[in-house]
Design a protein around this ligand. Structure first.
Ligand code: SF4
Length: 153
């Protein structure tokens, strides 16, 4: 089984109350390989919610208390993001999952890129950082689809 960002498989959990579904992921859903999660909802944030970003550095810096997650109003939401990461980690532990596929550019789920305000920078989100620390292999959605498709041939 694979943990997947809920917004990739049709859950309307994004900050704007929408999803970012991809056909490839929806085609794989009936195979029963995905466990959909939304770390931000698991952390207690409402949907829709005000857009958030990691202030400096990346998800590791948030975990190590060197940075914060803030929203557009400047409110500190760091604890919600840490809680969402821990709850997602719990699900992975319960089910013995060692692979996750996450939505790129999110302050929780970003794998290679996140935002600092409106600037796209290299780095991972808070949940991604925690899962990688636990030894879970985390892929962004495009890499997953590429490797999954090539494994079929
Ligand atoms: S936290 Fe992750 S699953 Fe939830 S909306 Fe953001 S990218 Fe999607």
């Amino acid at each position: 089984m694979i943990i997947v960002s809920g917004c990739l498989v049709g859950l309307k959990c994004r900050f704007d109350g929408k999803y970012k579904v991809s056909k490839e992921f929806m085609d794989l859903m009936p195979k029963g390989i995905f466990i959909p999660v939304c770390p931000e909802q698991l952390g207690g944030l409402p949907t829709p919610r005000i857009p958030c970003w990691i202030e400096d550095g990346d998800g590791y810096d948030v975990l190590f208390k060197k940075s914060r997650v803030v929203n557009q109003k400047g409110e500190d939401l760091t604890e919600f993001f840490k809680k969402g990461a821990k709850e997602t980690a719990k699900i992975a532990n319960f089910l013995g999952i060692n692979v996750a596929v996450f939505k790129e550019k999110s302050p929780s789920c970003g794998v290679n890129f996140i935002y600092h305000g409106d600037k796209l920078v290299k780095g991972c989100g808070v949940t991604t950082a925690l899962l990688i620390k636990m030894g879970i292999h985390v892929l962004d959605e495009k890499s997953f689809i590429q490797s999954f498709t090539s494994s079929l041939y």
